[in-house]
Design a protein around this ligand. Structure first.
Ligand SMILES: [Ca+2]
Ligand SMILES: [Ca+2]
Length: 265
């Protein structure tokens, strides 16, 4: 009963229930100090009862408000805060995406370099085994895009031991994996009827191979500059047209040829 009387005197009606429960501790000021701080109480509490004053009430009410469920401070992020977070995430993604793409492209170029090197090694191994290159004719021959034939299965079949005329011992000189998607062939041997046996680079184009079929111990350089001399002193070269699927000629460092991957440099 005593506590209830004190709440009535000190205007506990303007406080939330949890604050009222602790108000007997807060409201310990004398009547004189209460009248002296009436205006301050009105500003803090918003209560019209000038006789209601709580010593140290403002910081205490702030702490109570933070802890009360449903108060504005407990609702979480504001719209502006969410927009700031979303903006920061978008900026980070914009910065990281090109770097990620660059890493992917470099991995594909490394794969292509490894593939063309293996093709050259396989053709040279074939020559070592049979004393000739895996060709039907006796002219310097380009196999793949830009050459005759424009696809490379006529070279890959004997190198894979699948063509008994040129490779009667059916020795496997190279064994690339099959492509994962026969309808979108990349990085391997095509398995669909329309691309069976063709060796695709990581961008989906046939590798190109030039072989010294005239046996003069040199092959013509497909590039006019920045890729070595006009005649390369070797028996076989191979290259990929790169991401754009174009080039394979003129300046190796310009135009469509600057992303090509070559075996000899
Ligand atoms: Ca030649
Ligand atoms: Ca290219």
């Amino acid at each position: 009963m005593i506590g209830a009387a004190r709440f009535s005197v000190w205007g506990a009606h303007c406080l939330p229930a949890r604050v009222r429960a602790s108000s007997r501790v807060l409201c310990g000021a004398s009547p004189q100090s209460r009248s002296g701080n009436a205006q301050r109480h009105l500003e803090v509490c918003g209560c019209a009862d000038a006789g209601h004053e709580l010593r140290g009430e403002a910081p205490r009410r702030a702490r109570e408000a933070r802890a009360l469920p449903g108060s504005s401070a407990a609702r979480g992020f504001t719209l502006i805060e969410l927009l700031v977070v979303i903006t920061v995430i978008a900026i980070l993604m914009a910065l990281l995406f090109p770097a990620f793409k660059g890493v992917q492209d470099q991995a594909k170029r490394t794969q292509a370099k490894n593939d063309v090197t293996q093709i050259v090694t396989a053709v040279n191994a074939f020559y070592t085994e049979y004393g000739k290159y895996p060709l039907s004719g006796t002219t310097e021959t380009t196999i793949g895009p830009g050459g005759t034939p424009a696809t490379n299965e006529t070279l890959l079949n004997p190198l894979r031991g699948l063509e008994p005329t040129l490779n009667p011992k059916q020795i496997v000189f190279i064994s690339p994996p099959d492509v994962k998607d026969k309808n979108n062939p990349r990085s391997g041997i095509g398995t669909d009827a329309g691309n069976l046996g063709r060796y695709f680079d990581p961008w989906g184009n046939n590798y190109v191979v030039r072989i010294d079929g005239d046996y003069d111990s040199q092959v013509a350089n497909p590039y006019t500059s920045n890729a070595g001399s006009a005649q390369l002193r070797t028996g076989v070269i191979a290259w990929s047209l790169g991401k754009d699927g174009l080039g394979g000629s003129i300046d190796k460092n310009a135009g469509n040829s600057d992303d090509d991957v070559i075996s000899w440099q």
